[in-house]
Write a protein that binds this ligand. Structure first.
Ligand code: SAM
Length: 278
């Protein structure tokens, strides 16, 4: 599944790339210039907010729970609303919130919940999970990984760019209490950084970094022995047309390592898998 020779070569390659990557990641990698005015970002936001997703509504109804709408859209304005060709869809925040809340309520004996996220980006998904933790008032830590640094000023392709370059910490300033209580931002390539994490148990994971087979597999292999029955992995982008190798990895993980697979498909471009360890 993951031949040793490829793994060895890949690790060497990742180390070499990593050495030079910092130059790249520290120099506004997302965009070198402001891509839209405040008004344009607001227009995209208003349009995104107005879209309805029946499957997501049904999911929330099924569990009789949902994230605070106003809080969620406000966060999305700064962390999801970007200038790009494809539609802006950020319903994974709603699904993550309900799924994590459900996990907490079903497992009251778990007093300190460890969550791993790969792919922080601007912090949207980590904050949606933190909101679930806060609303249940549980002790927990989300360790979130990204090659992007947390304390380097850059343009993020978001409305805030119109106020000048910001660090992620500055972008998320309004959420600093929530962050302080729950989130640890860890910079670096997951292939190098995930194996360093010493937690014995990973109750819940959201895997959303590099969208290919080998990266996802390598992330999963660092997590699998730390999960127990009922623990969760949430996968983004289960979209065969767009990310076939990611879909292959998710299928393999669920089948070979005994996870249930709840697929939520809202379009050819947007689909999610909630996998529970059996
Ligand atoms: C799709 S975005 C994550 C979106 C975020 N989870 C959210 O919901 O807002 C993917 C992120 O993964 C990061 N990334 C990609 N490959 C990575 C890797 N191998 N290690 C760490 N971060 C990676 C990218 O820099 C990017 O910010």
């Amino acid at each position: 599944m993951y031949p040793r020779i490829i793994q060895k070569f890949d690790n060497l390659l990742v180390k070499a790339v990593n050495k030079y990557a910092n130059v790249r990641w520290y120099n506004s990698p997302l965009t070198k210039k402001i891509l839209a005015s405040k008004e344009e970002y607001l227009k995209i936001w208003i349009e995104a907010k107005s879209n309805r997703y029946k499957l997501i509504d049904d999911f929330e109804d099924k569990y009789n729970d949902k994230i605070d709408d106003e809080w969620y859209h406000k966060l999305a304005l700064h962390t999801q609303v970007v200038k790009k060709k494809s539609d802006i869809v950020y319903v994974h925040g709603r699904l993550l919130y309900v799924t994590l809340k459900k996990y907490i309520l079903r497992n009251p004996a778990n007093k300190n919940i460890n969550i791993i996220e790969t792919g922080t980006a601007r912090g949207f998904s980590a904050l949606c999970m933190a909101k679930a933790l806060q609303d249940e008032d549980v002790e927990a830590k989300i360790i979130t990984f990204d090659v992007l640094p947390h304390n380097v000023k850059m343009y993020w392709n978001c409305i805030d760019d119109n106020e000048g370059k910001k660090t992620r910490a500055e972008l998320l300033e309004k959420y600093k209490d929530l962050i302080e209580r729950y989130i640890i931002f860890h910079q670096g390539n997951t292939k190098i950084e995930l194996p360093k994490i010493q937690t014995q148990r990973i109750h819940f994971a959201f895997l959303d970094s590099a969208h290919d087979y080998y990266y996802l597999m390598s992330e999963f292999l660092n997590i699998k022995d730390k999960q127990q029955k009922g623990d969760i992995i949430f996968f983004d982008d289960y979209t065969p047309k767009m990310f076939p190798s990611l879909v292959k990895a998710i299928n393999e993980i669920c089948e070979k390592y005994n996870y249930s697979k709840e697929i939520i498909t809202i379009s050819d471009a947007r689909a999610y898998v909630i996998a529970e360890k059996l």
